[in-house]
Write a protein that binds this ligand. Structure first.
Ligand code: ADP
Ligand code: MG
Length: 175
């Protein structure tokens, strides 16, 4: 089964609880959770005038094709009450497929690796925690190389790592 990385973000309501809930929903839908990063509080990206985000990343496995995985992640977003809203605007949950093995997908509604991955500290930070050696199939650089090249922007200077519930992480990882 391919190893798939999913980015999770929330900036409405109980942000940490929303991220944990999203992982639970994905697990209930049959996605195998292998690793979960810490949570990071991050400044909004793109649309600045909105609350800060909590972000994390998970390493997963599934037999689902990329298109079906998008259906499942969008279903999970909807179940958690995400409305279709402004691009990059506030959201109760955001689930992005970052990598799907080494597959490159260039569809209208699905692009893998996620196109803005390398530019977003809030993706690179959690990924470098759980998969520093993962190589980006297009740039051929590892996550730790991307993290080293990328200049930290002031927008992310207040970022801080937040340990999520260790109990939840152990539970997911032992399944
Ligand atoms: P962002 O995640 O960049 O903040 P949105 O969540 O608002 O932006 O964008 C949602 C749209 O992005 C969806 O309609 C989906 O079809 C599209 N999309 C393209 N590639 C991906 C991907 N790899 N993972 C998740 N959504 C994607
Ligand atoms: Mg998204």
């Amino acid at each position: 089964m391919p190893t798939i990385y999913i980015g999770i973000g929330s900036n409405i309501g109980s942000r940490e609880a929303n991220c944990i809930k999203a992982v639970e929903i994905l697990r209930e839908k049959g996605i195998i959770i292998k690793k979960a990063s810490s949570m990071y509080e991050t400044e909004p990206w793109g649309l600045k005038d909105q609350p800060k985000f909590i972000n994390m990343a998970i390493e997963t496995e599934t037999e689902l094709s990329p298109e079906w995985l998008l259906v499942v992640t969008q279903e999970a977003e909807r179940e958690m009450g995400r409305q279709s809203i402004a691009k990059w605007g506030p959201r109760v949950i955001d689930l992005d497929i970052l990598f799907y093995g080494d597959m490159i997908v260039e569809m209208e509604r699905l692009k893998i690796p996620h196109p803005l991955l390398c530019e977003r500290d809030f993706v690179i930070l959690p990924l470098s925690e759980i998969s520093p050696d993962k190589v980006h199939p297009v740039s051929k650089k590892s996550i730790s190389q991307i993290a080293a090249i990328k200049k930290p922007t002031s927008a992310f200077s207040t970022q801080k790592g937040m340990k999520m519930s260790l109990r939840a992480r152990r539970a997911w990882q032992s399944r």
